[in-house]
Design a protein around this ligand. Structure first.
Ligand code: JAH
Length: 275
Protein backbone atom coordinates (compact mmCIF):
# COMPACT_ATOMS: atom_id res chain seq x y z
CA UNK A 1 0.00 0.00 0.00
CA UNK A 2 1.04 3.58 -0.67
CA UNK A 3 -0.03 6.38 1.69
CA UNK A 4 0.47 10.12 1.10
CA UNK A 5 -0.30 12.69 3.81
CA UNK A 6 -0.58 16.42 3.12
CA UNK A 7 -0.31 18.78 6.09
CA UNK A 8 1.01 22.22 7.07
CA UNK A 9 2.59 20.42 10.08
CA UNK A 10 4.45 17.46 8.55
CA UNK A 11 6.42 17.04 11.84
CA UNK A 12 3.13 16.00 13.46
CA UNK A 13 3.34 12.78 11.46
CA UNK A 14 6.78 11.85 12.85
CA UNK A 15 5.35 9.05 15.06
CA UNK A 16 4.63 7.09 11.87
CA UNK A 17 8.39 6.44 11.72
CA UNK A 18 8.14 4.41 14.95
CA UNK A 19 6.98 1.01 16.09
CA UNK A 20 4.73 -1.19 13.99
CA UNK A 21 4.18 1.24 11.13
CA UNK A 22 7.83 2.31 10.96
CA UNK A 23 8.75 -1.40 10.81
CA UNK A 24 6.23 -1.99 7.99
CA UNK A 25 7.88 0.83 6.04
CA UNK A 26 11.37 -0.62 6.64
CA UNK A 27 10.08 -4.02 5.49
CA UNK A 28 8.67 -2.48 2.27
CA UNK A 29 5.06 -3.40 3.13
CA UNK A 30 4.03 0.24 3.27
CA UNK A 31 5.25 3.28 1.32
CA UNK A 32 4.48 6.47 3.25
CA UNK A 33 5.15 10.01 2.01
CA UNK A 34 4.42 13.13 4.05
CA UNK A 35 4.08 16.41 2.09
CA UNK A 36 4.23 19.99 3.40
CA UNK A 37 1.27 21.88 1.90
CA UNK A 38 3.32 25.11 1.97
CA UNK A 39 5.70 23.73 -0.66
CA UNK A 40 2.74 23.97 -3.08
CA UNK A 41 2.20 27.71 -2.51
CA UNK A 42 3.62 30.35 -4.91
CA UNK A 43 3.59 33.57 -2.86
CA UNK A 44 6.42 34.94 -0.74
CA UNK A 45 4.53 34.34 2.53
CA UNK A 46 3.55 30.76 1.56
CA UNK A 47 -0.09 31.56 2.39
CA UNK A 48 -2.45 28.62 2.91
CA UNK A 49 -5.50 30.37 4.46
CA UNK A 50 -7.83 33.34 4.00
CA UNK A 51 -11.00 34.81 5.54
CA UNK A 52 -14.33 33.01 5.02
CA UNK A 53 -16.81 34.31 2.41
CA UNK A 54 -20.05 35.15 4.21
CA UNK A 55 -18.16 36.21 7.32
CA UNK A 56 -17.69 34.44 10.63
CA UNK A 57 -14.86 33.38 12.86
CA UNK A 58 -11.54 31.88 11.86
CA UNK A 59 -9.86 31.18 8.56
CA UNK A 60 -10.44 28.79 5.65
CA UNK A 61 -7.76 26.89 3.72
CA UNK A 62 -7.28 28.31 0.20
CA UNK A 63 -8.01 26.01 -2.75
CA UNK A 64 -4.93 26.63 -4.94
CA UNK A 65 -2.19 24.97 -2.79
CA UNK A 66 -4.47 21.95 -2.22
CA UNK A 67 -5.08 21.54 -5.96
CA UNK A 68 -1.32 21.70 -6.65
CA UNK A 69 -0.55 19.17 -3.92
CA UNK A 70 -3.31 16.72 -4.87
CA UNK A 71 -2.60 17.01 -8.61
CA UNK A 72 1.06 16.17 -8.05
CA UNK A 73 0.15 13.13 -5.90
CA UNK A 74 -2.62 11.87 -8.22
CA UNK A 75 -0.32 12.47 -11.22
CA UNK A 76 2.44 10.35 -9.65
CA UNK A 77 0.00 7.51 -9.02
CA UNK A 78 -1.48 7.59 -12.53
CA UNK A 79 1.97 7.70 -14.17
CA UNK A 80 3.14 4.85 -11.94
CA UNK A 81 0.13 2.74 -12.94
CA UNK A 82 0.55 3.54 -16.65
CA UNK A 83 4.23 2.50 -16.54
CA UNK A 84 3.03 -0.87 -15.20
CA UNK A 85 0.54 -1.10 -18.08
CA UNK A 86 -2.52 -1.14 -15.83
CA UNK A 87 -5.54 1.20 -15.82
CA UNK A 88 -5.21 3.50 -12.79
CA UNK A 89 -7.82 2.94 -10.09
CA UNK A 90 -8.70 6.23 -8.37
CA UNK A 91 -6.78 6.57 -5.11
CA UNK A 92 -8.95 7.19 -2.03
CA UNK A 93 -8.73 10.74 -0.66
CA UNK A 94 -9.51 10.73 3.04
CA UNK A 95 -10.43 14.12 4.51
CA UNK A 96 -10.51 13.96 8.34
CA UNK A 97 -13.42 16.06 9.50
CA UNK A 98 -15.89 16.02 12.38
CA UNK A 99 -18.49 16.39 9.58
CA UNK A 100 -17.47 13.06 7.97
CA UNK A 101 -18.67 9.48 8.04
CA UNK A 102 -17.65 7.70 11.29
CA UNK A 103 -14.41 5.70 11.21
CA UNK A 104 -14.66 2.18 12.64
CA UNK A 105 -13.02 -1.24 12.35
CA UNK A 106 -15.16 -2.23 9.34
CA UNK A 107 -13.98 0.90 7.49
CA UNK A 108 -10.36 0.17 8.49
CA UNK A 109 -10.68 -3.29 6.87
CA UNK A 110 -12.25 -1.75 3.75
CA UNK A 111 -9.49 0.87 3.38
CA UNK A 112 -6.75 -1.72 4.04
CA UNK A 113 -7.74 -3.28 0.67
CA UNK A 114 -6.86 -0.10 -1.27
CA UNK A 115 -3.72 0.39 -3.36
CA UNK A 116 -3.28 4.08 -2.46
CA UNK A 117 -4.64 6.33 0.29
CA UNK A 118 -4.15 10.10 0.42
CA UNK A 119 -4.92 12.00 3.64
CA UNK A 120 -5.66 15.75 3.41
CA UNK A 121 -5.17 17.34 6.84
CA UNK A 122 -7.23 20.47 7.25
CA UNK A 123 -6.56 23.15 9.88
CA UNK A 124 -8.49 26.26 10.95
CA UNK A 125 -12.19 26.07 10.00
CA UNK A 126 -11.47 23.58 7.21
CA UNK A 127 -10.70 23.44 3.47
CA UNK A 128 -12.61 25.42 0.80
CA UNK A 129 -15.44 23.03 -0.13
CA UNK A 130 -14.72 23.37 -3.87
CA UNK A 131 -11.49 21.39 -3.34
CA UNK A 132 -13.52 18.46 -2.01
CA UNK A 133 -15.87 18.62 -5.05
CA UNK A 134 -13.07 19.06 -7.61
CA UNK A 135 -10.93 16.28 -6.09
CA UNK A 136 -13.62 13.73 -7.05
CA UNK A 137 -12.25 13.98 -10.64
CA UNK A 138 -9.01 12.29 -9.50
CA UNK A 139 -9.91 10.54 -6.25
CA UNK A 140 -12.63 8.56 -4.48
CA UNK A 141 -13.25 11.21 -1.80
CA UNK A 142 -14.16 10.10 1.76
CA UNK A 143 -14.70 12.74 4.48
CA UNK A 144 -14.15 10.67 7.66
CA UNK A 145 -14.64 11.45 11.37
CA UNK A 146 -12.78 9.69 14.17
CA UNK A 147 -15.45 10.64 16.67
CA UNK A 148 -17.81 13.37 17.76
CA UNK A 149 -15.29 15.91 18.99
CA UNK A 150 -13.27 18.72 17.43
CA UNK A 151 -9.48 18.68 17.09
CA UNK A 152 -7.28 21.55 15.91
CA UNK A 153 -6.68 19.77 12.61
CA UNK A 154 -6.73 16.42 10.86
CA UNK A 155 -3.18 15.27 11.77
CA UNK A 156 -3.98 13.39 14.98
CA UNK A 157 -6.93 11.69 13.28
CA UNK A 158 -4.55 10.59 10.49
CA UNK A 159 -2.15 9.05 13.03
CA UNK A 160 -5.02 6.97 14.41
CA UNK A 161 -6.38 5.92 11.01
CA UNK A 162 -2.96 5.03 9.54
CA UNK A 163 -2.23 2.85 12.58
CA UNK A 164 -5.65 1.15 12.45
CA UNK A 165 -5.34 0.49 8.69
CA UNK A 166 -1.59 -0.24 8.58
CA UNK A 167 -1.73 -3.03 11.16
CA UNK A 168 -4.27 -4.88 8.95
CA UNK A 169 -1.87 -5.09 5.99
CA UNK A 170 -0.54 -8.60 5.32
CA UNK A 171 2.68 -9.20 7.27
CA UNK A 172 2.51 -6.07 9.46
CA UNK A 173 1.18 -7.77 12.62
CA UNK A 174 3.22 -10.90 13.41
CA UNK A 175 0.37 -13.17 14.54
CA UNK A 176 -2.81 -12.69 12.44
CA UNK A 177 -4.82 -14.47 15.21
CA UNK A 178 -4.29 -11.41 17.39
CA UNK A 179 -6.25 -9.46 14.73
CA UNK A 180 -9.45 -11.51 14.96
CA UNK A 181 -9.70 -11.94 18.73
CA UNK A 182 -9.77 -8.25 19.55
CA UNK A 183 -12.37 -5.62 20.39
CA UNK A 184 -14.81 -4.78 17.60
CA UNK A 185 -13.76 -7.54 15.18
CA UNK A 186 -16.95 -9.42 16.15
CA UNK A 187 -18.95 -6.29 17.04
CA UNK A 188 -18.50 -6.81 20.78
CA UNK A 189 -16.09 -5.36 23.33
CA UNK A 190 -13.22 -7.61 24.40
CA UNK A 191 -13.34 -9.80 27.52
CA UNK A 192 -11.11 -8.92 30.54
CA UNK A 193 -7.61 -10.43 30.63
CA UNK A 194 -5.36 -11.48 33.53
CA UNK A 195 -1.78 -12.66 34.04
CA UNK A 196 0.40 -13.86 36.93
CA UNK A 197 0.34 -13.72 39.91
CA UNK A 198 -3.01 -15.53 40.35
CA UNK A 199 -3.51 -13.64 43.64
CA UNK A 200 -2.51 -9.97 43.79
CA UNK A 201 -3.32 -7.57 46.66
CA UNK A 202 -6.15 -9.91 47.78
CA UNK A 203 -7.65 -9.97 44.29
CA UNK A 204 -8.00 -13.38 42.63
CA UNK A 205 -7.98 -14.23 38.95
CA UNK A 206 -11.44 -15.70 38.11
CA UNK A 207 -11.21 -19.43 38.98
CA UNK A 208 -12.58 -20.60 35.62
CA UNK A 209 -9.43 -19.29 33.90
CA UNK A 210 -7.28 -21.63 36.05
CA UNK A 211 -9.61 -24.64 35.52
CA UNK A 212 -8.09 -25.93 32.29
CA UNK A 213 -11.65 -26.41 30.94
CA UNK A 214 -11.34 -24.68 27.57
CA UNK A 215 -15.04 -24.97 26.75
CA UNK A 216 -16.02 -23.27 30.00
CA UNK A 217 -13.31 -20.62 29.54
CA UNK A 218 -14.55 -19.77 26.03
CA UNK A 219 -18.12 -19.47 27.31
CA UNK A 220 -17.10 -17.32 30.30
CA UNK A 221 -15.15 -14.98 28.03
CA UNK A 222 -18.07 -14.68 25.61
CA UNK A 223 -20.45 -13.87 28.46
CA UNK A 224 -18.01 -11.27 29.80
CA UNK A 225 -18.05 -9.69 26.32
CA UNK A 226 -21.85 -9.52 26.47
CA UNK A 227 -21.81 -8.06 29.99
CA UNK A 228 -19.26 -5.37 29.11
CA UNK A 229 -20.93 -4.45 25.86
CA UNK A 230 -24.38 -4.18 27.50
CA UNK A 231 -22.87 -2.03 30.27
CA UNK A 232 -20.56 0.25 28.24
CA UNK A 233 -21.72 0.17 24.61
CA UNK A 234 -25.36 -0.95 24.40
CA UNK A 235 -25.51 0.80 20.99
CA UNK A 236 -23.32 -2.02 19.58
CA UNK A 237 -25.89 -4.66 20.55
CA UNK A 238 -28.43 -3.25 18.08
CA UNK A 239 -26.06 -4.37 15.27
CA UNK A 240 -25.23 -7.76 16.80
CA UNK A 241 -26.40 -10.90 14.91
CA UNK A 242 -28.01 -12.94 17.70
CA UNK A 243 -29.08 -15.74 15.33
CA UNK A 244 -26.25 -18.12 16.22
CA UNK A 245 -26.49 -17.82 20.02
CA UNK A 246 -26.60 -20.99 22.14
CA UNK A 247 -29.25 -21.42 24.85
CA UNK A 248 -26.61 -20.52 27.45
CA UNK A 249 -25.74 -17.37 25.46
CA UNK A 250 -29.41 -16.36 25.28
CA UNK A 251 -29.75 -17.01 29.02
CA UNK A 252 -26.71 -14.77 29.64
CA UNK A 253 -28.32 -11.99 27.62
CA UNK A 254 -31.59 -12.66 29.47
CA UNK A 255 -29.86 -11.89 32.76
CA UNK A 256 -28.59 -8.64 31.22
CA UNK A 257 -32.17 -7.66 30.30
CA UNK A 258 -32.08 -8.62 26.59
CA UNK A 259 -34.34 -11.02 24.65
CA UNK A 260 -33.71 -12.39 21.14
CA UNK A 261 -36.40 -11.51 18.56
CA UNK A 262 -35.75 -12.30 14.83
CA UNK A 263 -31.97 -12.77 15.35
CA UNK A 264 -31.91 -9.30 17.03
CA UNK A 265 -31.26 -8.45 20.65
CA UNK A 266 -34.09 -6.43 22.11
CA UNK A 267 -33.94 -4.58 25.42
CA UNK A 268 -36.68 -6.00 27.61
CA UNK A 269 -39.28 -3.33 28.52
CA UNK A 270 -38.53 -2.05 32.01
CA UNK A 271 -41.16 -3.55 34.36
CA UNK A 272 -40.77 -0.46 36.52
CA UNK A 273 -39.45 0.13 40.00
CA UNK A 274 -41.87 -1.49 42.47
CA UNK A 275 -40.67 0.85 45.26
C1 JAH B 1 -10.51 20.04 12.99
C2 JAH B 1 -9.81 20.23 10.30
N1 JAH B 1 -13.27 13.51 14.31
C3 JAH B 1 -11.94 13.88 14.60
C4 JAH B 1 -11.55 15.17 13.92
C5 JAH B 1 -10.98 15.18 12.67
C6 JAH B 1 -10.61 16.40 12.08
C7 JAH B 1 -10.83 17.57 12.78
N2 JAH B 1 -11.39 17.54 14.00
C8 JAH B 1 -11.75 16.37 14.55
C9 JAH B 1 -10.48 18.89 12.19
C10 JAH B 1 -10.18 21.28 12.44
C11 JAH B 1 -9.83 21.37 11.09
C12 JAH B 1 -10.13 19.00 10.84
Amino acid sequence: MRIDVVSIFPEYLAPLELSLIGKARQDGLLELNVHDLRTFTTDKHRTVDDTPYGGGAGMVMKPEPWAQALESIAGNAAVGAASQGVPAKKPVLIVPSPAGERFNQALAYELAEEEQLVFACGRYEGIDERVIEWAAEHFAVRPISLGDYVLNGGEVAVLAMVEAIGRLLPGVVGNPESLVEESHSDGLLEYPVYTKPSSWRDREVPAVLLSGNHGKIAQWRRHEQYRRTAERRPDLLAEFDAGGLTRADRAAFGELGYDVVDRQLRRRPDSGDPA
